[in-house]
Design a protein around this ligand. Structure first.
Ligand code: CAO
Length: 439
């Protein structure tokens, strides 16, 4: 049997990540890909999987240890039945004489967007459970606490954590259950205070016919919580426009052969990314976030744009960095790579953080318009629908032009209606005449 030391694989640009849970003990038999430990960054909980099946011979970390890439986590005696490539050595070799096991990418619990910003306007008392500061992607709880919460039907976004960095402990969950049970029914508080968001009614749908209950994916649960937080905290306005991309489309078609040669797919979204970066540079209020007090605007001097990607497990918004500094082919390559990683469930926490503005494009699918939800703490998001050939009046006649529907949702606390209209008009101007990009 071969004993191999399992190092922490490359999980992105992180240092001293705390171990929040050790999921195995000496003597445990683990399967390949079974989680060994759980780490937690500001943005995500990551379970580090076993690179191969085997028996745990040593556990080299404990809860609250800080680990870095390459640190040995456990020593595993390879299960030769499950890992035929493992050498058939019968005696356990000292771990240090063995080469480290090949790192397996971590299972990052994808956080679709940057950490939710506590609402500066939320009331001090936690009467709006969804607005409480521990909501969204931000609450910290280990998988065992999450499992307990699931078992008891507790929504962890409503539980205050008493652990380090407000981490939710098992005792917090049980205390929450006790407190909830000792309170009068929700209907009484809504009747008197009126400040709690009324829950949707519970309906037994079986009374109407057959049903099937399908659990939401982890990503759906996380993004759902974040979207609710944004929806409830941000006063949204959506500004619509239609822009003439006939010339852009001609240009795009003219680049097709070059794009194919370079093995990139030059979709309209790539041009939109570039045009948005240009307008963000000119209108920095859109490349900003409110600070936690809600009294200051943080203007970002970099242009990182999130792109909503539809994956089998739900919506994720990885970020493309320094869009203003990249060419069309480079952006197309990056968009394709990040989409592939997203759909394979292989995004790293780095991929999912640092966005300044988001784009949600449904143009490849269809629809005439939609109203995207601002990806807080960003202050605006662009929705793109399908371009369609339309008759446009040129002063003398209707001429066929390819028109692209755009929808800009923005945080009205930060952006006035006139600024919203200016942004979308400027964007429209760049997309209808790409020469604007070089001015
Ligand atoms: N109008 C007309 N055609 C369009 C278009 C538009 N606005 N946008 C894309 N297309 C075309 C593309 O050119 C491509 O056509 P060809 O295959 O003939 O070249 C086709 O539609 C498919 O494009 P795509 O979707 O593969 O590529 P993309 O660059 O436009 O988008 C991505 C990439 C990852 C954003 C997209 O695949 C995706 O996941 N979209 C869904 C995002 C989403 O779910 N948003 C909702 C979030 S809730 O707010």
């Amino acid at each position: 049997m071969t004993v191999k030391s399992v190092p922490l694989p490359d999980i992105g640009n992180f240092k001293d990540l705390p171990v929040i849970e050790v999921l195995v003990a000496v003597g445990d038999r683990v399967e390949a890909e079974q989680s060994l430990i759980t780490l937690e960054s500001d943005k995500a909980t990551m379970e580090i999987p076993a690179p191969f099946a085997g028996i745990v011979r040593k556990v080299l970390v404990k809860t609250d240890d800080k680990v870095n890439i390459g640190d040995a986590i456990v020593e595993l005696e390879a299960d030769t039945a499950a890992t035929p490539e493992a050498p058939a050595v019968t005696t356990a070799a000292p771990a240090k004489s063995e080469p480290p096991a090949a790192p397996t990418p971590p299972v990052a619990v994808a956080v679709p967007v940057a950490t939710a910003n506590p609402s500066p306007t939320a009331p001090a008392s936690a009467t709006y459970p969804i607005n409480a500061p521990t909501t969204g992607a931000a609450f910290h709880a280990s998988p065992s606490v999450r499992a307990l919460a699931r078992e008891l039907g507790v929504d962890l976004s409503k539980v205050s954590g008493s652990g380090v960095k407000s981490r939710i402990q098992k005792s917090d969950v049980t205390a929450f259950v006790k407190t909830t049970l000792s309170q009068p029914p929700a209907s009484a508080s809504t009747a008197t205070g009126g400040s709690t968001i009324p829950p949707l009614p519970h309906i037994d749908f079986t009374q109407f016919g057959d049903i099937e209950t399908v659990p939401l994916s982890r990503i759906q649960k996380r993004s759902g919580k974040h979207l609710s937080t944004c929806w409830l905290n941000i006063p949204h306005v959506t500004q619509f426009d239609e822009t003439d991309i006939t010339d852009l489309e001609d240009f795009r078609q003219s680049l097709k052969a070059r794009a194919e040669k370079a093995e990139v797919k030059l979709t309209p979204l790539v041009f939109i990314l570039k045009a948005v970066a240009r307008v963000l540079a000119d209108q920095p209020k859109f490349n900003a976030s409110l600070d936690a007090s809600g009294e200051n605007l943080i203007l970002k001097k970099y242009i990182h744009i999130g792109v909503a990607i539809d994956t089998p497990n739900g919506l994720v918004v990885p970020v493309i960095r320094h869009v203003d500094q990249k060419g069309l082919f480079e952006l197309a390559t990056e968009l394709a790579a990040v989409s592939a990683r997203a759909r394979a469930g292989k995004l790293s926490p780095d991929d999912l953080s640092g966005g300044c503005f988001s784009i949600s494009s449904l143009g490849g699918i269809g629809g005439t318009q939609f109203t995207p939800i601002v990806n807080g703490p960003e202050v605006a998001i662009l929705g793109v629908s399908r371009a369609k050939m339309s008759p446009v009046w040129n002063g003398e006649a209707f001429i066929p032009r390819l028109m692209l529907p755009l929808a800009l949702s923005y945080d009205h606390r930060v952006i006035d209606g006139a600024q919203g209209a200016r942004f979308i008009s400027a964007l429209s101007g760049v997309l209808s005449d790409l020469r604007e990009l070089i001015l």
